[in-house]
Design a protein around this ligand. Structure first.
Ligand code: PLP
Length: 359
C-alpha cells in the first residue's frame, strides 16, 4: 500500500505513477523552441478533445481566475448567472465583486439548469453574457449543453456564452464549435487527472473581438495578453512547466485510449455507480434528469456512518468524499473520472462494501 491514500474525492483526483514521472521532467526555458513545440502539441491535443478550432490558452493558476478572465473580457451590459450549486454561486459572487451588473437565476441544488427559465431572464434584454457551470461538482448535477445551445442559437445569438467545465472537461464529450460555446474553462485536477494549479480555456473569435472593445481589464486577465503570446506558441508569464509535461502525458494517454472510448468509459462508470447506489437502497441527491457522468452524489438516506466509513477506508488506503460543505455526512460523492478506470471503481466499491459490513 502506498504511503498516500488513493483519491476517491472529486478533485484533486488520482494521478498514476507514469503521470507523476512526467511531471518531474527536467525544466526547459519558457522562451525557447522546445516550449513552443510542447505548447503546439498541447494546443492541438486540446482542440481535438474539445472539437474546436478556437484559441486554447494555458494558464498557470486555478480555474477560479478563469471565471474572471471570462467575465472581464465579455461583460458590457450585464451577466446572467445560472446558480445550482456552490461553484456556480461563487462565480456569480465573483461577478458581483467585480462590479458587473449581475443577476442570479437560482435552481434547486441538485437540479440541472432549466432552459425555459433562462429564456425568461434573457428575454428581458438586460444581459449580454450568460455564465453557467456544466457539471456542478458540489451536487453532481450535469446540465444539458445541447438544450442551452439550441436556445441561444435560436433566440439569443448575440449573447456570449461562458461555461465552467471544471469537472467535466476531458471526461464528457463537449463539442465546443458545434455548441457555440464562446468560453469554456477547466482546471486540471479533475477529469484531466493532473495536480491542481493549472487551467485551460478555449476562446472564440467573437469573444476576442468583443474583448478588444472593453477597456480597464488590467493586464494579467486580459485575453489579448494571452493571445499575443499564443500566436508565438508561448505563454505571457513563466508557466508551470511540470504541468505542461503532465498534460502532454495525459494527452498521449487519451489518444491511445481514443476519445469515444474515453467518453464511453465515463458513462459506463457512472452507470455502474448508479446501480451500486440503488442496490444499496440509497438514493441520488441529484435530480435523475441531471445525473453527472464524472461523479455521483448520494443522498445518505440509510444514514450510514460516513465518518466511520471514512476512517476504515483510509486505513485501507482510500480517501473517500464525505460530502460538500453543508452536505457533509448527508450527501456524499463518488467520483469516477480521469485516471479512474472501471477496475479501480469496482475495487473501491468492493472494499466499500466490506467496510459497510464493519460499521
Ligand atoms: N468550478 C467547479 C465546478 C469546481 O468543481 C471547482 C473546484 O472544485 C472550481 C470551479 C474551482 O476550481 P479551482 O480550484 O481550480 O479554482
Amino acid at each position: 500500500m502506498s504511503d498516500f491514500p488513493k483519491l476517491f474525492i472529486p478533485g484533486p483526483t488520482h494521478v498514476p505513477n507514469d503521470v507523476l514521472e512526467a511531471l518531474s521532467t527536467p525544466q526547459i526555458g519558457h522562451r525557447t523552441p522546445e516550449i513552443s513545440e510542447l505548447i503546439n502539441y498541447l494546443t492541438v491535443g486540446i482542440q481535438e478533445l474539445l472539437y474546436t478550432k478556437n484559441d486554447i490558452y494555458l494558464v498557470s493558476h486555478a480555474a477560479t481566475g478563469l471565471w474572471e478572465i471570462g467575465t472581464k473580457n465579455s461583460v458590457k451590459k450585464g451577466v446572467l448567472h445560472a446558480v445550482n450549486g456552490a461553484f456556480s454561486s461563487k462565480w456569480a459572487l465573483s461577478s458581483e465583486l467585480n462590479g458587473f451588473y449581475t443577476e442570479r437565476v437560482d435552481f434547486e441544488w441538485g437540479d440541472g439548469i432549466d432552459i425555459d427559465i433562462i429564456d425568461k431572464y434573457l428575454s428581458t434584454g438586460k444581459f449580454d453574457v450568460f455564465a453557467m457551470v456544466h457539471n456542478e461538482t458540489s451536487t453532481g448535477a450535469m446540465s444539458d449543453l445541447h438544450a442551452i445551445s439550441f436556445l441561444l442559437k435560436e433566440k439569443y445569438p448575440d449573447i456570449i456564452w461562458l461555461v465552467d467545465a471544471v469537472s467535466s472537461m476531458a471526461g464528457v464529450k463537449i463539442e465546443v464549435d458545434r455548441l457555440g460555446i464562446d468560453f469554456l474553462l477547466s482546471s486540471t485536477q479533475k477529469a484531466w487527472g493532473l495536480p491542481a494549479g493549472f487551467s485551460i480555456c478555449s476562446v472564440s473569435n467573437r469573444l476576442i473581438d468583443i474583448s478588444s472593445k472593453i477597456s480597464n481589464k488590467g493586464y494579467f486577465l486580459d485575453i489579448h495578453t494571452y493571445r499575443k503570446y499564443y500566436l508565438k506558441s508561448q505563454t505571457p508569464t513563466t508557466p508551470s512547466i511540470p504541468h505542461m509535461f503532465g498534460l502532454k502525458k495525459m494527452i498521449e494517454k487519451i489518444k491511445s485510449e481514443g476519445l469515444e472510448n474515453r467518453w464511453k468509459r465515463h458513462i459506463d462508470m457512472a452507470e455502474y455507480t448508479r446501480e451500486w447506489v440503488l442496490s444499496h437502497n440509497q438514493s441520488f441527491f441529484t435530480n435523475k434528469n441531471a445525473l453527472s457522468y464524472t461523479l455521483t452524489c448520494i443522498n445518505n438516506i440509510k444514514e450510514w456512518n460516513i465518518d466511520k466509513i471514512n476512517d476504515i477506508l483510509l486505513s485501507q488506503g482510500f480517501r473517500m468524499d464525505r460530502g460538500y460543505g453543508k452536505f457533509k455526512g448527508k450527501a456524499f460523492r463518488i467520483p469516477h473520472m480521469g485516471n479512474i478506470y472501471m477496475e479501480d471503481l469496482k475495487e473501491y466499491l468492493e472494499i466499500f462494501d466490506e467496510v459497510l459490513c464493519q460499521v
